[in-house]
Design a protein around this ligand. Structure first.
Ligand code: 3PG
Ligand code: MG
Length: 402
């Protein structure tokens, strides 16, 4: 667990506090279609306001690439944030630096909140530019980073800024890091990881780090096919990275050497193609034919995984087990997610999930609320699981030592 200051270490009354959050939420018709990330940072902003801080909220939205793009304006998020804050007013500045940002910041009274325009409208943000970071720092006296979901980005508001002002982690940042630490750094064992999703190539570093840490690794989704093919099974027309067979065998050998059990599907739901309602049937994993695609784990595998969880104390979940967006290929993910959720709810399992698709799959299964902890992060969650240093976290640690 990294060492950093928290809100408990800051005296914020009457101070202008820059709070970096991740309001990178999905938008539809000019409104956020999912407010999870807004709701999860609201307690930090609210706490600062209640303590008499003058709160200046910083965020990015989308990838506008250093210039203003109307569809990525944060303006529609000011009313959304007001709602999450239980009606507390949020002023908006149409720029994140410059005269309007300074004027809005200067006008704030104790306990008031302002949101500044998208940081990524300025090229200095993604460039981690020192001058841009200084311009941001000039707006406030203290810095709070509550944006775990962008801690993997060495951007100015996340990295350089943390070195210019007294810096602390917000409540969400601290919660994310402490749950991840509970899962991988000092877990109650047996510890299992479930890794799904389409491609082995995007999760190689993840698999490599996990086999060194977990007692069992469950591999599902399209990436399981690459392992199955590497072991000599026929996978028909399934998504499969045949060129990674050698890599997959190396992961298996490393797992064996470290006594990490690998769990692969023993049966599958197959169909001629990925269309909703296409004629699907269950086959033994040894009996996939040339014209078929594996689109989900089969019921025997799902039952075995549910049973496997009964013997685990900690579970880290990243990636769906099948093509869950297209029923009936959601069945395996649903069964397994519900099993993990039920054990978590009963206090028998600590379950930590993260990643965009993963959270969507858990919501689809109707059990996200029963997991012990669901991260707000996609890429940052993955990079943390890969064992990489996150620049945003490193900057907070450095600030605590300075
Ligand atoms: C995310 O949603 O993963 C973060 O907000 C980071 O966004 P990015 O991938 O565009 O850097
Ligand atoms: Mg991302």
């Amino acid at each position: 667990m990294p060492e950093f200051r928290t809100l408990d270490d800051l005296d914020v009354r009457g101070k202008r506090v820059l709070v970096r959050v991740d309001l990178n939420v999905p938008m539809k018709d000019g409104k956020p279609s999912d407010t999870t990330r807004i709701d999860r940072v609201a307690p930090t902003i609210d706490e600062l306001a209640r303590k008499g801080a003058r709160v200046i909220v910083l965020s990015h939205l989308g990838r506008p690439k250093g210039k203003p793009v109307a569809e990525y304006s944060l303006a529609p998020l000011a009313p959304a944030l007001e709602k999450s804050l239980g009606g507390r007013k949020v002023a908006f500045a149409r720029d994140c630096v410059g005269p309007e940002a300074s004027a809005v910041a200067a006008k704030l009274q104790d306990g008031q909140v302002a949101l500044l325009e998208n940081l990524r409208f300025e090229p200095g943000e993604e460039a981690n530019d020192a001058k841009f970071a200084k311009a941001l720092a000039a707006l406030g006296e203290l810095y709070v980073d509550d944006a775990f979901a962008c801690a993997h980005r060495a951007h100015a508001s996340v990295e350089a800024l943390a070195r210019l002002l007294p810096a602390a982690a917000g409540r969400l940042m601290a919660a994310e890091l402490s749950h991840l630490a509970a899962a991988l750094e000092r877990p109650e064992r047996p510890l299992s990881a479930l890794v799904g999703g389409a491609k082995v190539s995007t999760k190689l570093a993840l698999l490599g780090n996990l086999v060194a840490k977990v007692d069992s690794l469950i591999i599902g989704g399209g990436m399981a096919n690459t392992f199955l093919a590497a072991l000599g099974y026929q996978v028909g027309k399934s998504l499969c990275e045949h060129d990674l067979a050698e890599t997959a065998r190396a992961v298996l050998a490393s797992a064996a050497a470290r006594k990490c059990a690998i769990l692969l599907p023993t049966d599958a739901v197959v169909a001629a193609g990925l269309e909703a309602g296409s004629a699907a049937h269950v086959v033994d994993i040894k009996a996939v034919s040339a014209g078929e695609m594996i689109l989900d784990i089969g019921p025997r595998t799902a039952a075995a995984l549910a049973q496997h969880f009964e013997g685990c104390r900690t579970l880290v979940w990243n990636g769906p087990l099948g093509a869950f967006e297209t029923p009936p290929f959601d069945a395996g993910t649903n069964v397994v997610a519900r099993a993990a959720a039920a054990l978590s709810k009963a206090g028998k399992l600590l379950s930590i999930a993260g990643g965009g698709d993963t959270v969507a799959a858990l919501h689809h299964a109707g059990v996200a609320q029963d997991f012990s902890y669901v991260s707000t992060a996609g890429g940052a969650f993955l990079e943390w699981l890969e064992g990489k240093e996150l620049p945003g976290v490193a900057a907070l640690e450095a600030a605590a030592k300075a």
